[in-house]
Design a protein around this ligand. Structure first.
Ligand SMILES: [Zn+2]
Ligand SMILES: [Zn+2]
Length: 292
């Protein structure tokens, strides 16, 4: 009994630490500001909708440390143990000789490159698309849509990013991992990209993903499908021929050809139910791959 109590106390302490960390509070502050500002910044209707509550549930799930406790931290520990036991030579620390700032830039670009291809894979491979479609199911995107990701989708991306992270090593300065310092900034930019705004960022838009660039990726129009996969940088799309520089607002967002439920828990079950129905060949399965 005391062991159970100890475990519960430890969990509670960790949860409180996650909730009150400066980085988490900063992220919540950024999100609150964006959510408050978005209706003022655009004229599109439908901002306050049922889906916004679902997006808020995802935001608490990820920023509040719940996902980290249940999945991300155990996954990270498991992967680290596997590498240490079976492939220790993968830990090359290739950036160790570089200045921490330069090493960080190289790591960030390498990880974003992997994220671009992981994102393409989630659109191209049918079972992965079932998980990623949750992100696209919001017909009225806002800053909070940045967190509407199925845990399986995040799991897959974490796995893909683990490879460069292991090979390159995480640069730190004065004991602080630089990647964590940039979390609030990347959260801000990625949340802004979901605000359904026509901002192109001018010449900077050729490098960084702007709201105008990413809203094309969320378009429900078939001519926009499989375009603008970039997460932080937009140049990957130009380099690999998937860029669409359209600045006009898409006629609609979402995945109208799929029956994705509008509830956090039912969305969690959705890809598994759809896969099971497919395996059984049930007629009327609520899933179709996005047409290219
Ligand atoms: Zn996508
Ligand atoms: Zn998105």
């Amino acid at each position: 009994m005391s062991a159970t109590l100890d475990a519960a106390t430890l969990l509670l302490t960790k949860a409180l630490a996650a909730w009150t960390s400066r980085e988490t509070l900063l992220c919540f502050g950024v999100m609150a500001l964006l959510v408050a500002a978005t209706p003022l910044l655009r004229t599109a209707s439908g901002y306050w909708n049922r889906g916004l509550l679902t997006d808020a549930a995802y935001t608490f799930f990820y920023l509040g440390g719940i996902f980290s406790f249940l999945a991300a931290a155990p996954l990270q520990r498991g992967l680290n143990a596997l590498v240490a036991h079976y492939v220790p030579f993968l830990r090359q620390d290739l950036l160790a000789a570089l200045h921490p700032a330069l090493a960080f830039v190289v790591l960030f670009v390498a990880m974003d490159f992997c994220s671009y291809w992981a994102h393409r894979a989630t659109h191209a491979i049918a079972p992965l698309w079932l998980f990623h479609a949750i992100h696209h199911s919001q017909a009225h995107p806002s800053a909070l849509t940045n967190f509407r990701f199925h845990a399986g989708d995040v799991f897959f991306r974490t796995l893909v990013q683990f490879v460069p992270f292991t090979l390159l090593g995480a640069p730190s300065f004065a004991g602080v991992p630089l990647l964590w310092v940039t979390v609030p900034l990347t959260v801000f930019l990625e949340a802004l990209a979901h605000c359904d705004l026509g901002w192109t960022f001018g010449p900077l838009g050729a490098v960084v993903v702007s709201p105008a660039f990413h809203r094309v990726h969320h378009s429900a129009e078939p001519r926009h499908h499989h375009r603008n996969y970039g997460i932080a940088f937009s140049f990957w799309d130009r380099l690999f021929g998937t860029a669409d520089a359209t600045t006009a607002r898409p006629a609609a967002y979402g995945v109208p050809d799929m029956e994705v439920p509008e509830s956090f828990l039912r969305q969690l079950a959705y890809p598994f139910v759809a896969l099971a129905r497919r395996a059984r060949g049930t007629a009327g399965a609520p899933v179709r791959r996005r047409a290219s």
